[in-house]
Design a protein around this ligand. Structure first.
Ligand code: AMP
Length: 398
């Protein structure tokens, strides 16, 4: 498959790099891959193209080395990316702060601004920047575009975006609710409208992005009016390793009474909490097996997860007033039928019903899991952040 007009989508994490070469119009994927444990001696890179999967256990000291190795894989498949006529390199950037709310062609000024707002996302934005620099160096003639995870939520109503804290402090430090996973919420809500064959401006929906990270959003006529993640991706739902909502007093207590440093609390809440903190495991498949084997910790972790999810569904039902669709997406949302059933159990009164037979069907297509005649369409809609980034990148470079 030719790479002419395709977009190379890069998602650079602190020690990983995911990439996909995709045609923005057709959605055809030419290749994808992932480099893991970058900077570690035991790094590896896996590349999938032409129906073949190749893994290379090779030292990748930095993101530049990972991209170089990916380019070699492409070369071995007959694609020289530097002169293949790519439309763009599309970068996922986690935090756009108050500066960025549209896909943005990357220039030195844009890089400087992403750097300036990096304190808002110290774990994510610096890694994204490393990926941007490396790609610009290795593919200098291909335009680079940044697509921000916060962008979709830029227009959140003030009441939903504002923390009830001292206004001057909030202003000085840009403290507000930004929301994340925006590319996914945007894409999935668009797919919901397509599935229902209804203009997006006419429907109200709740999107539940349940992956290792998890977030919910309330979208009225295509515009988000609330979302569960806040200033950082730590707020909101119970996640694989993140706590989601907690009493901020708990942070103060951990510091004052338990003597934990800020970095230790950061690690505790981001990496050792959520499902993993509750039962030692963050993969839903394993947790489900453990529950079936009678594991009480796994059961409690599941119950806390569902309790929080239902709390957000309830809040968004009230905020939206009328809900036409509820969509489940991402790893857990697309695959864990029990989560979908339990999240919406007992809501028949609101026109929300999950049909057990439909819910049990496994498919990679968007599908309805509520009966045809209920008021609210409950859907499973696979997300595709790479394709969404490719489309936005290609559109902005014209
Ligand atoms: P994501 O972040 O969207 O890639 O989702 C990753 C998570 O999805 C994993 O940590 C699993 O917990 C969950 N997951 C993936 N496949 C399944 C499955 N077949 N059943 C239940 N959970 C799944």
């Amino acid at each position: 498959m030719s790479a002419q007009g395709a977009v190379l989508v890069l998602n650079a994490g602190s020690s990983s790099l995911k990439y996909q070469l995709v045609h923005p119009d057709s959605g055809e994927v030419v290749a994808d891959g992932i480099a893991e444990r970058i900077g570690d001696r035991a790094s590896s890179i896996t590349h999938e193209q032409d129906g073949r999967t190749e893994t290379d256990e090779v030292s990748l000291p930095d993101h530049r080395a990972a991209i170089e190795r990916a380019l070699e894989f492409f070369r071995a498949h007959g694609t020289e990316l530097a002169d293949a006529g790519l439309a763009a390199v599309g970068h996922r950037v986690v935090h756009g702060g108050r500066s960025f709310y549209e896909p943005t062609v990357i220039t030195p000024e844009v890089i400087a601004e992403i750097e300036r707002i990096s304190p808002l996302a110290p774990l994510h934005n610096p890694a994204n920047l490393v990926g941007i620099s490396a790609a610009r160096e290795l593919l200098p003639d291909v335009p680079s575009v940044a697509v921000f995870d916060t962008a979709f939520f830029h227009g959140l109503p003030d009441a939903a975006a504002t923390y009830a804290i001292d206004r001057a402090v909030a202003e000085e430090h840009a403290l507000r609710r930004y929301g994340f996973h925006g590319t996914s919420h945007d894409y999935v809500s668009g797919q919901v409208a397509r599935f229902l064959d209804c203009p997006i401006g006419e429907i109200n929906q709740i999107v539940l992005h349940l992956g290792n990270g998890a977030s919910a959003s309330a979208i009225a006529g295509g515009a988000p009016i609330d979302t569960s993640m806040g200033m950082t991706p730590l707020e909101g739902l119970v996640m694989g390793t993140r706590s989601g909502d907690i009493d901020p007093g708990l942070v103060l207590h951990l510091h004052r009474a338990a003597g934990l440093s800020v970095d230790e609390i950061d690690t505790l809440l981001n990496k050792q909490s959520g499902l993993r903190g509750l039962c030692g495991e963050n993969d839903f498949r394993t947790i489900t097996e453990q529950i079936e084997a009678g594991d009480a910790d796994a059961r409690r972790a599941y119950d806390v997860y569902i309790h929080r999810l239902r709390r957000y569904v309830g809040a968004y039902l009230v905020e939206l007033g009328r809900v036409d669709a509820i969509a489940f997406t991402a790893g857990v949302g697309e695959n864990a039928a029990s989560v979908r059933a339990d999240a919406l159990a007992g809501l028949e009164h609101y026109g929300i019903v999950v049909d057990p037979d439909r819910n049990a069907v496994r498919s990679r297509e968007a599908r309805r899991i509520s009966p045809d005649d209920t008021e609210v369409a409950v859907l499973v809609v696979p997300t595709n952040e790479e394709l969404a980034i490719a489309r936005q990148s290609s559109a902005v470079v014209g």
